[in-house]
Design a protein around this ligand. Structure first.
Ligand code: CTP
Ligand code: MG
Length: 397
C-alpha cells in the first residue's frame, strides 16, 4: 500500500476563457498537441507526490480525466476530477470538498498558468514545510502602474512595494478550509481570501514561466515557448552528430591519348581512358561518394567541364580539392572503399601503391582498393572500358 500523500494540489480549470475567445473552455485549448490543462499537469506531477484534484468544466470532466491520467503516469491513483462552479472561488471550493482526510497542505493552482515549472511548486511547499501558514509566489511589478478614472490617468501608483501574484498559492489545509467556510464574498485569489480571515501571507519568488494564459497573445507566447527551436543555418549545413555514407560510380571507355591513369597511378604500357580529365574512374567514383556523403552535390558541381584547370588533371587534384571542401563543411573522412571492374590493368601488384597515393591525396584517410573482372561480360568484360564503385564514410570533424 502506497503512503497517503499529505499534500494536495488543486488545479482549477473550470473557467470558460472569455478573454481568450477560443470557442470552448480555455483549459482544453491546445498549446501544441497537448492542452493547456495537460501542460499544467506535467509540472504538477513532476513537483510532488500529492493528491491532484482537477476542477474541470462540468461539460468536460471526461477530457480532464484523460489529460490527468496521461500526466499522472504510474500514479493514476492520485487523480481526482470534480466539476467546477460559476466563479473561480466556487471552483476552488469544489476542489476543497474533494480533499482526502490526511492532507495537511494544499496548493491551489490555475491551469491557465500552464508552463509553471515544477521548481515553483517546490519553492512554495518548502516555505509551508518551514512553518509558514500561507505562501504566495509573486514577481516584482516592472511596468509603471497608474490608477485611472475612466479614460484618464488619476495618479501614478508607487510600484516599489507592488508585486504581481501568481499560483500555486500554498496553505495549511486547516487555515484554507476555515477561510473558505467563512468567506462571504468573492476575492480575487486565495491569498486575499485567507488574508481576510486574518492570516499573514508570506511571499516567495515567482517565476516568469508561471505567466497566465489569458489572451490570444499569451497563448502565442506559450506556443512559442514549447515549440522546438528552429534549426539554424549552421545546423543545416554543418555536420550532424552521426556518420554519413556516400556512394559513387564512374565509367570511362578506353581511347584516350597517352598513358593510362587509374587509381592515382600512371600505368605506362596500358591503353589510356578517355575523359575530360585523365579518365581516372577510381578517383572520380571516390569524389562522388565523398561529396554525396556530405550532401555537397557531385563531381559535376565542383569539377564540371567548364573548369579548365581540371583538363587532364590527375586523381591528386580532384581528391585534395574534395578533401578541402569536406574540411570547410566540417567533415572528417572515416574511410573510402573502391572497387574497379576491369580486365586490365592488373591491380594485384600495385594495390598498396594505389591505396597509398589515394590516401595521401585525402590527407591520410584510409582508402582500400579492390579489383575484379566480370567474367567476360558487359563493356568491362569486352575490354571497352572500366567502371569503379566507391563508398565513403564521413564523421563530424
Ligand atoms: N477558473 C475556474 N472556474 C471558474 C473560473 C475560472 O476553475 N468559474 C479557473 C480557470 O480555468 C483558470 C483560473 O481559474 O485556470 C484563472 O482564471 P482565468 O484566467 O480568469 O480563466 P477564465 O475565467 O477561464 O478566463 P476569462 O476570465 O477570460 O473568462
Ligand atoms: Mg476569469
Amino acid at each position: 500500500m502506497l503512503p497517503v500523500p499529505h499534500v494536495a494540489i488543486i488545479v482549477v480549470a473550470a473557467g470558460s476563457g472569455t478573454r481568450l475567445g477560443a470557442g470552448g473552455p480555455k483549459a482544453m485549448v491546445g498549446i501544441d498537441d497537448a492542452s493547456i490543462l495537460r501542460h499544467a499537469l506535467r509540472g504538477v506531477f513532476e513537483a510532488e507526490v500529492a493528491q491532484v484534484i482537477v476542477v474541470a468544466p462540468a461539460t468536460h470532466q471526461g477530457d480532464a480525466l484523460t489529460d490527468a491520467l496521461a500526466a499522472a503516469g504510474t500514479r493514476r491513483d492520485l487523480v481526482t476530477v470534480v466539476a467546477g462552479g460559476s466563479t473561480r472561488q466556487e471552483s476552488v471550493a469544489a476542489g476543497l470538498r474533494a480533499l482526502w482526510p490526511d492532507v495537511e497542505y494544499v496548493l491551489v493552482h490555475d491551469a491557465a498558468r500552464a508552463l509553471t515549472p515544477a521548481g515553483l511548486f517546490a519553492r512554495v511547499l518548502t516555505a509551508l514545510y518551514d512553518g509558514l501558514p500561507a505562501v504566495l509566489p509573486a514577481l516584482p511589478v516592472v511596468d509603471t502602474v497608474k490608477r485611472t478614472d475612466g479614460p484618464r490617468v488619476r495618479e501614478a501608483v508607487e510600484r516599489s512595494d507592488l508585486v504581481a501574484a501568481q499560483t500555486p498559492q500554498g496553505f495549511r489545509r486547516d487555515i484554507l478550509d476555515t477561510a473558505y467556510r467563512v468567506a462571504d464574498h468573492e476575492y480575487t485569489d486565495d491569498a486575499a481570501l485567507v488574508a481576510s480571515a486574518g492570516h499573514p501571507i508570506a511571499i516567495v519568488e515567482g517565476d516568469p514561466l508561471a505567466f497566465k494564459i489569458t489572451t490570444a497573445a499569451d497563448l502565442d507566447r506559450a506556443r512559442h515557448l514549447v515549440s522546438p527551436a528552429p534549426a539554424s543555418p549552421a545546423t543545416l549545413t554543418a555536420p550532424q552528430v552521426f556518420p554519413r555514407v556516400g556512394l559513387g560510380t564512374d565509367v570511362h571507355g578506353f581511347g584516350g591519348d597517352g598513358a593510362l591513369w587509374l587509381a592515382g597511378l600512371e600505368w605506362p604500357d596500358e591503353p589510356a581512358l578517355s575523359g575530360h580529365s585523365d579518365g581516372d574512374a577510381v578517383a572520380h567514383a571516390m569524389v562522388d561518394a565523398l561529396l554525396g556523403a556530405a550532401g555537397l552535390g557531385d563531381i559535376g558541381t565542383h569539377f564540371g567541364t567548364d573548369r579548365p584547370e581540371y583538363v587532364g588533371a590527375h586523381a591528386e587534384a580532384f581528391l585534395s580539392r574534395t578533401r578541402a571542401l569536406l574540411d570547410e563543411a566540417g567533415w572528417r573522412i572515416g574511410n573510402v572503399a573502391v572497387q574497379v571492374q576491369a580486365n586490365r590493368p592488373r591491380f594485384a601488384a600495385r594495390r598498396s601503391e594505389a591505396e597509398a597515393v589515394l590516401s595521401a591525396a585525402l590527407g591520410g584517410a584510409q582508402v582500400s582498393v579492390s579489383a575484379t573482372t566480370t567474367d567476360g561480360l558487359g563493356f568491362a568484360g569486352r575490354g571497352e572500358g572500366v567502371s569503379a564503385t566507391a563508398v565513403a564514410l564521413l564523421l563530424p570533424a
